[in-house]
Structure formats: C-alpha cells, structure tokens
Design a protein around this ligand. Structure first.
Ligand code: AMP
Ligand code: TRP
Length: 345
C-alpha cells in the first residue's frame, strides 16, 4: 500500500552531471553549467562527470580519461570553485553502480519504456543498443539519490529523467516503508537558457552530435569562430518584434533572443524591448559581442587547465574523496533499509 507522502527533512543539496563525450557547447553552458556556478554560492553542490553514462555508447578507452578531464576543465573554467563545490568523476565513486542495481529492482520496465531520450538515441536500431543505454535513467536516479540531493540543475531535455528519479525515490520510500527517506529531487530548469536550439534550425536542440559545426558554439571556440557562427545563424527577413507572441512562428529568432537573454540575465521580453524595430544587422553583432565577452575568458581559462592536467587531476582526486565521504554513509543506510546481510558489530 502506498504511504502518505512524508516530507524529506534532510539538508538541501544540489547535484548534477555532464557526460564526457565531446566538447561542451552553448546549450550545456546556458542550460546547466552557468546554473552550477550560480548555485554554489547558496547551496552545498556536488558536480559529477558522468563517465559511466558515457560508456552506454562506445567510448575509446584511450581518450575517455582525457575527455573526463576536459569536462572538469570546463567546470573549473566556467567558475565552479573546487573549494565550494565537489567536482569528481562518477566512476571514482563505486556507490553509483551499486545503487543503480538496487534501483533496477525498484524501477519498472514500463517506466523505462516511456523514456523519449532512449527512443531518440536508438531510433530504429533499439535492438542493437547496449542494455546500459536503456538503463541510463536508472543510473541517473542513483547519481542523484546517492547524495540525497534535493535540487538538480539541468536543461529541459532532462525533465523526463528527473520525473523518473522522483518516481523511483517515491516507490523506494513506499516499498520499504521509509517515508521521507529519499527526497523527491526537484529539477531546476527555468530561464531562457533551458533549451538552446541549433543555430541552423530553430526547431532542433543544439547538440554535440549535430553533424553541422555551425549549428553550435563550443566552449573551445575562439572569438572569431563565435562571431562567425552567430553571423551565419539562420534567421528570417523580418525585424525584431515588440511582443513575445510574434516569436511563436519565428523559432530561429526566438532562439537568438533566448540566448541573448540568458547571457545578459534578462527576460526575452526585455531583449525585445531593447531591440524592437531593429534588424539582424544590429542584433546579431550585439549578440556576438555579448557572447564573446562572456565566453572568451572561459575558453582562455579552459585552455590553461587543459595545459595543466595535473592540477585538474588534483581537483578530481580531492572531489572523489569528498563525494565518497557523503555517499558511503548514505549507501550503508540504504543497505540497512533493504535488509542486506552485514557482520554484527
Ligand atoms: P550532456 O552533454 O548531454 O551530458 O548534457 C549536459 C547538460 O546540458 C544537461 O543538463 C542537459 O540538459 C544540458 N543541455 C544539453 N543540451 C542543451 C541545450 N541545447 N539547451 C539547454 N541545455 C542543454
Ligand atoms: N543525463 C544527463 C545528460 O545527458 C547527465 C546526467 C547523468 C545527470 N546523471 C545526472 C544530470 C544526474 C543531472 C543529475 O545531460
């Protein structure tokens, strides 16, 4: 029987992660990373590089560790402070895989079969995908709940996975009659950066896997490349309108206005108020200037970190230790709740 919902009373904690697969782009930055940086001032934060998720599709063992360092470098360069937040690789904390197994026995096949990201990634080829790719969202729930995290900054594409995490937490609390044991983690998705679209097609998400390099701005792009990609971004022939309503059937413009808003930390309406009646000849250079002003220092810092992998490794090692210190007692508690054997003290 399901128990009445009992509120979680533990401390608030932020958790999020990114996969070490390819370069981070503007969508990753505005959708997630920028929020990582902002949240560290107000919350205890744990930021993971999810290499176990990455290997759900083939990763070359020769470059996996370097890719993990790249993401760590991006976190640091964007302003995540390792003295404030924990940064670590997922595979360095064994609790992730163990809890994922426990949650495999809580989550239902029907829940997973509804996950749209698996359908998108596997397409018509789902029979040939790894079991791990199907199970991906269960591991994600384990990531979050291994830390009893209450808040999860992510882009909009992760909304369904977060709902699954909540369902798993709720079912665990009910099944084992431990009301309020796990928090129901809340996604932090709001803001104009939550869904950044391709610069070549305003109806498609900006993505690492898009074959067109002009569709995305990478955090490793230099100032010229950033300006050029914005200049070349697909647009229509109109001018910037006054009202948000008029953005509805102009997806490319809506995207650029959203990007401007996310950078400038103003609403889309405020962007329109500033540029209404002006053409792209005015708006695009202004956006490019703003993008370069914010991204260029990040790119520079990232290159410094990439040149100095030992420093990044020190951050990761320290982070792994700190993450384990939080996760181990929580995992022990979970094992107790589930009734596994242990040596009597
Ligand atoms: P991934 O690179 O798939 O591990 O994604 C890392 C984070 O970036 C997740 O929180 C995603 O939701 C977010 N993200 C990825 N693409 C976009 C996008 N186009 N717009 C906004 N957020 C995104
Ligand atoms: N699935 C997320 C993505 O592709 C990455 C991720 C893995 C994650 N575990 C997480 C995000 C836990 C937030 C919390 O973007």
């Amino acid at each position: 029987m399901s128990q009445p919902a009992v509120k979680y009373t533990g401390p608030p904690r932020v958790f999020s992660g990114m996969q070490p697969t390819g370069d981070l782009h503007l969508g990753n930055y505005l959708g997630a990373l920028k929020k990582f940086v902002d949240l560290q001032h107000s919350h205890e934060c744990v930021y993971c590089i999810v290499d176990l998720h990455a290997v759900t599709v083939w990763q070359d063992p020769k470059i996996l560790a370097a890719q993990t360092r790249n993401i760590a470098a991006a976190y640091l360069a964007a302003g995540v402070d390792p003295d404030k937040a924990i940064i670590y690789p997922q595979s360095a904390v064994r609790g992730h895989t163990e809890l994922a197994w426990f949650f495999n026995c809580v989550a239902r096949i029907g829940w997973l079969s509804r996950m749209t990201q698996f359908k998108e990634k596997s397409g018509k080829n789902s029979e040939n995908m790894s079991v791990g790719l199907y199970d991906y969202p269960v591991l994600q729930a384990a990531d979050i709940l291994l830390f009893k995290a209450t808040h999860v900054p992510v882009g909009e594409d992760q909304k369904q996975h977060l709902e699954l995490s909540r369902d798993i937490a709720q079912k665990f609390n009910n099944d084992f009659e431990v009301p309020g044991f796990f928090p129901l983690p809340e996604p932090l998705i709001k803001g104009p950066g939550a869904r950044i679209m391709s610069l070549r097609d305003g109806t498609k998400k900006m993505s690492k896997s898009d074959p067109s390099v002009n569709s995305r701005i990478n955090l490793t792009d230099n100032a010229d490349a950033i300006a050029k990609k914005i200049r070349k971004a697909k647009t229509d022939a109109g001018v910037i309108p006054e009202s948000l309503k008029e953005l509805d059937d102009r997806p490319e413009l809506a995207n650029l206005v959203g990007i401007y808003g996310a950078f400038a930390e103003i609403s889309k309406q405020q962007v329109l108020d500033k540029y209404a009646g002006k053409g792209f000849g005015v708006f695009k250079p202004a956006l490019a200037e703003l993008a370069v002003e914010i991204l260029h220092p990040i790119t520079e810092r990232m290159n410094d970190y990439l040149k100095n992998p030992d420093e990044t490794d020190r951050v990761l090692a320290k982070g792994a230790q700190a993450a384990n210190q939080i996760a181990e007692p929580i995992l022990a508690e979970i094992r107790d709740v589930m009734g596994f054997w242990k040596l009597k003290p």
